[in-house]
Design a protein around this ligand. Structure first.
Ligand SMILES: [Zn+2]
Length: 279
């Protein structure tokens, strides 16, 4: 049976001492995602972030019980190509490190990701990018239109957030969450994008599609003449059509995510790096 996620973990070694097996798998999968972003050209120097919440199902949810999110984030100062399962930081909702690590946390990453992880039960994975196409589109008054193959899917699925400068103030968190609402995508005006998903693979599939939507809008707007609009009845059914193309719920996005990992040559054994990188 074709089981790409389990095939990925089959090459993983055992969890190191002191790290629970479930956390080690989360670390491997997240580190692989950083390497994939690097391979795709989605890294932004040492900036931007992909985070994964470690909550158990019992403490999951909107945290009405007072439980705050614990999540993995990239060490500030390392390029995505240097992120490994071992050097990812485990932090709490206010950025306190829960493991011994020489690295610090990027304050902007903490504000965005902590707010979203803490507010949405389905926000296990949160991705934030500044790719050229996405940022260029975020600067446009019109935002993302719905007139290309990929952007049509996002009609009604994108929240908008006004630019408040670099997201280093925790009081912006609730406003980010309000702008996101129940959408899978938040376009940060003049800035970039935030995508949430119930898993890394699910978030990756949304982001990959959004990135392509922005790439195509950027390209078509550089050509003479107006774009053809997509008919309303097509727009109305495209979400359902897309849902039939990929498994929903558990397994969403896994065919694409693991296929791209294989293409990029990213394996569980290549990103373990049991020795933390020392600065
Ligand atoms: Zn940013």
């Amino acid at each position: 049976m074709f089981a790409p996620r389990e095939d990925f973990f089959a090459l993983a070694g055992p969890a190191p001492a002191g790290c629970a097996a479930a956390e080690w798998r989360a670390r491997l999968e997240l580190a692989a995602c950083y390497r994939l972003f690097d391979w795709l050209g989605w890294a932004e120097g040492i900036y931007n972030h992909i985070t994964l919440r470690l909550d158990t199902p019992q403490v999951d949810g909107p945290h009405a019980d007072g439980v705050q999110p614990v999540f993995l984030i990239n060490p500030y100062g390392l390029h995505y190509g240097e992120v490994s399962a071992a050097n990812l930081l485990k932090i709490d909702s206010v950025g306190r490190k829960l493991d011994d690590s020489p690295y610090s946390v990027n304050a902007a990453g903490l504000v965005i990701h902590s707010a979203v992880h803490g507010a949405r039960a389905d926000a296990h994975c949160v991705m934030h990018t500044h790719t050229t196409s996405v940022m260029a589109l975020a600067c446009k008054q019109s935002g993302l239109r719905d007139d290309n193959f990929y952007s049509a899917y996002f009609k009604g699925r994108v929240g908008l957030h006004p630019f408040e400068g670099i997201t280093t103030s925790s009081d912006e968190g609730p406003r980010l969450v309000a702008s996101l609402g129940t959408h899978p995508v938040l376009l940060l005006r003049n800035h970039g994008v935030v995508v949430v998903g119930a898993s890394i693979a699910a978030a990756f599939e949304q982001l990959w599609t959004f990135q392509r939507a922005c790439d195509v809008q950027l390209a078509s707007d550089s050509m003479a003449g107006a774009n053809l609009p997509v008919a309303p009845d097509v727009l109305a059914r495209i979400g359902e059509q897309a849902a039939r193309m990929t498994p929903q719920g558990a397994g969403q996005g896994e065919l694409l995510f693991y296929g791209m990992l294989r293409r990029a040559g990213v394996t569980a054994s290549s990103i373990s790096n049991l020795n933390r990188i020392k600065t």
